[in-house]
Design a protein around this ligand. Structure first.
Ligand code: ATP
Length: 235
């Protein structure tokens, strides 16, 4: 469904990605593991058209994403939920959610339906719908960020570090919601440093180190891999 072939990405002369080849098939939940600065965010930036690869191809179904504008990429079904949430803190929760539906803005009934779906996924957001997003807790803000991405109607959801900075109980809730979104049929590509929780819900995973894929495998093989356990799980 989403397929990277030999993707390089540069920031000036610095090569952040080198020869990235990976895929997520329809209905899969695929995890990207890697330390800070390994290149996980750059993979998402390339897929969502924010930074253009210097080499390689990123295909979604039969469409080439490299060279497409971000809005077209969202419209085709690849939606990015960025690291750090990037909400508008003074805008209400509802307004922040609606921004995710920018590319579907003429479909008012569809937007209302999607917002109801987000509220059923995150009941607390319905209670806080008119509050400024910046007044919510970190976990609730992450829920708004995921909800906003859902308003883009993803076929593939790119989730960048959704558990970053959250308390363990909230992390658990966020992973439960990711699992629900995945079970409802959305393909998920999830970048995480919280390796154990991410692998626990993954079908497959890739390990990224200094811009390259150094290991790939299914959940069991990576959970049982000594190097992965030592570097990312700490057991
Ligand atoms: P993190 O979890 O810290 O975001 P990451 O695995 O997502 O890490 P990237 O953000 O993709 O890693 O960064 C990969 C490398 O590219 C790092 O060395 C980073 O410093 C560099 N980098 C990222 N964005 C830029 C940019 N806009 N300009 C220059 N260098 C960048």
């Amino acid at each position: 469904m989403l397929r990277f072939e030999n993707v390089d990405l540069h920031y000036g002369s610095f090569r952040a990605l080198e020869g990235i080849t990976l895929h997520a098939d329809a209905g899969e939940l695929v995890v990207l593991l890697g330390a800070n600065g390994a290149g996980k965010t750059s993979i998402f930036m390339a897929a969502s058209g924010i930074h253009k690869p210097s080499r390689g191809s990123i295909r979604f179904g039969d469409r080439e994403l490299v060279g497409m504008r971000t809005a077209e990429i969202v419209q085709s079904g690849v939606v990015h939920c960025p690291e750090g949430r990037k909400l508008f803190p003074l805008m209400s929760v509802r307004k922040n959610l609606e921004l995710g539906a920018y590319v579907h803005r003429s479909d008012k009934a569809g937007i209302a339906r999607s917002i109801d779906e987000v509220f059923s996924l995150f009941p607390i957001l319905e209670k806080k719908r008119d509050d400024p997003a910046g007044s919510l807790s970190g976990g609730q803000q992450q829920m708004v960020a995921i909800g906003r991405a859902m308003l883009g109607r993803p076929k593939v959801l790119l989730l960048d570090e959704p558990s970053l900075g959250l308390a363990p109980l909230v992390v658990k809730q966020v992973f439960e919601v990711i699992q629900r979104i995945h079970r409802a049929g959305t393909t998920v590509l999830l970048a995480e440093q919280n390796a154990y929780s991410a692998l626990a819900i993954a079908d497959r995973a890739y390990v990224i180190e200094r811009g390259r894929i150094t290991l790939e495998g299914d959940r069991e093989s990576l959970l049982n891999n000594e190097a992965v356990r030592a570097a990312y799980i700490g057991a």
